[in-house]
Design a protein around this ligand. Structure first.
Ligand code: 6GU
Length: 227
């Protein structure tokens, strides 16, 4: 899968070089390319923002550099899905990650300040498939950290990126319930015991206990996930 990220802070995306995704990049499973939006500016100050029409606080990203960068990226073809991370977008959830993991190519456009001139989204949507996506109901200073989360959630679903694909199926949100608690050795630590059922060797009892734990935890912290 090819992933292009356009940002004025390319160094923030540097953490994609480490850990699991870093290995996937090194082995060629993920082809992540980070682009500096300022390379598409042509004034001495490399200006990317300006004051909002209609007034108000903050700055808005000017459309011209975005148009130039997206012209170049879309010319590479492969029917990419273009993502604009924004707190005003559709919630990004595990089903979103699964859907995006099936794409051949993703382009992430990181806005800063009060966002990107909306005509960039409109113009891009006339040439490509476009989604505006939000990580949740809170505000970040820009799309970069949101894209790190989205790329990690999507990248680990790409076949071959995770060594043991079975570990993908039991985790939180895949089955609509939160994950059950996990334990490892030692069986007794600082006076706290691992639940006996997990050491019983009774696989049916273990599965039932985990199911109950998942349901109880979901009822307690995320009742909105239950039918
Ligand atoms: Cl995708 N962007 C920004 N700037 N803030 C957010 C977000 C995205 N998702 C939640 N908050």
């Amino acid at each position: 899968m090819r992933i292009d990220v356009v940002t004025i802070f390319p160094e923030v995306l540097g953490v994609l070089d480490v850990s699991l995704l870093g290995r996937a990049r090194a082995t060629g499973l993920l082809d992540v390319r980070v682009h500096d939006l300022r390379d598409a500016t042509h004034d001495r100050h490399r200006t990317v923002d300006d004051t909002p029409y209609g007034g108000g606080a903050g700055m808005v990203m000017r459309p011209e550099p975005w148009g130039e960068v997206l012209d170049g990226l879309l010319a590479d073809g492969d029917d990419p899905l273009v993502v604009f991370p924004t707190p005003a977008g559709t919630p990004f959830t595990q089903p979103t990650a699964v859907r995006w993991a099936g794409e051949r190519r993703l382009i992430f456009c990181c806005g800063r300040y009060e966002g990107i001139d909306q005509r960039v989204v409109e113009h891009t949507a006339a040439r490509a498939r476009v989604e505006e996506a939000s990580l949740g109901d809170f505000v970040l200073n820009g799309g970069e950290v949101a894209v790190l989360a989205m790329v990690e959630a999507v990248g680990r679903l790409v076949p071959g990126v995770i060594g043991n694909p079975a570990s993908l199926t039991e985790e939180s949100h895949e089955g609509g319930l939160l994950e059950y608690p996990s334990y490892t050795k030692p069986a007794l630590w600082r006076g706290l015991e691992v639940p006996a059922v997990l050491r019983s060797g009774d696989h049916g009892a273990v599965a039932r206990w985990r199911r109950e734990q998942s349901e109880a935890r979901t009822r307690r912290v995320r009742p909105d996930l239950l039918p």
